[in-house]
Design a protein around this ligand. Structure first.
Ligand code: GRF
Length: 203
């Protein structure tokens, strides 16, 4: 499968996806990396693996729709089977989401439906939650609201801080994102009637 990865920052999840594809664990290939922020390390990671990359600075566009339309055109040039948002910090318009419905996954650093949006680690601590973690979901027009594919949880310890939690959650992300992508590339994972199906069973 042909995978396009959208990034905004360090690209630690991009790196895991690249590595698992190169190791043959994911039956796929990252064919392009697109960032909405210049000079982020994720672009360096793409360069090191000879993967074409594009930077689309959203400040150069008048509207969210104009940005998304340009982004869609770039993505479509690569005829992807799957688009993965990996640390991509943009809210996408319904038209863009509709163009890739059922073939776009997102990673979110919380146990959805808890804490959609930002500052998830801080919020989990403030709520004195016992557990926290990461989620992979299909992207729908609802922010961080699409049907969940896979989650990984960790215990929150009394001395945890947002930083220590972020580190533990990253390890969850690096575990579940390749797993979900592997399933998708093997044709085992589908979004159907707004529900997630794995091996033709609703999960
Ligand atoms: C991660 O915390 C991820 O959950 C969030 O962006 C952060 C960085 O991701 N969406 P990456 O290292 O750029 O993959």
């Amino acid at each position: 499968s042909r995978i396009v990865v959208l990034v905004s920052g360090s690209g630690s999840n991009l790196q895991v996806i690249i590595d698992k594809c190169e190791q043959g664990l994911i039956n796929g290939e990252v064919v392009a990396v697109i960032s909405n922020v210049e000079k982020v390390y994720a672009l360096e990671r793409a360069y090191k693996h000879n993967i074409p990359s594009h930077t689309l600075t959203h400040t150069a566009f008048e509207t969210r729709e104009a940005f998304d339309h340009e982004l869609q055109k770039i993505i479509e040039k690569y005829s992807p089977d799957l688009i993965t948002l990996a640390g991509f910090m943009r809210i996408l318009t319904p038209n863009f989401v509709a163009a890739f419905a059922g073939k776009m996954l997102n990673l979110h650093p919380s146990l959805l439906p808890k804490y959609p949006g930002l500052n998830t680690h801080k919020r989990a601590l403030e709520n004195a939650d016992d557990v926290h973690g990461a989620s992979i979901h299909f992207v729908t027009s609802e922010l961080d609201g699409g049907p969940v594919v896979l989650q990984s949880a960790i215990s929150i310890m009394h001395n945890d801080t947002p930083e220590t939690l972020a580190k533990k959650v990253s390890k969850c992300e690096w575990l579940i994102y390749p797993m979900a992508i592997k399933w998708f590339c093997e044709g085992r994972l589908r979004l159907h009637q707004e529900r997630v199906w794995l091996d033709n069973k609703k999960i």
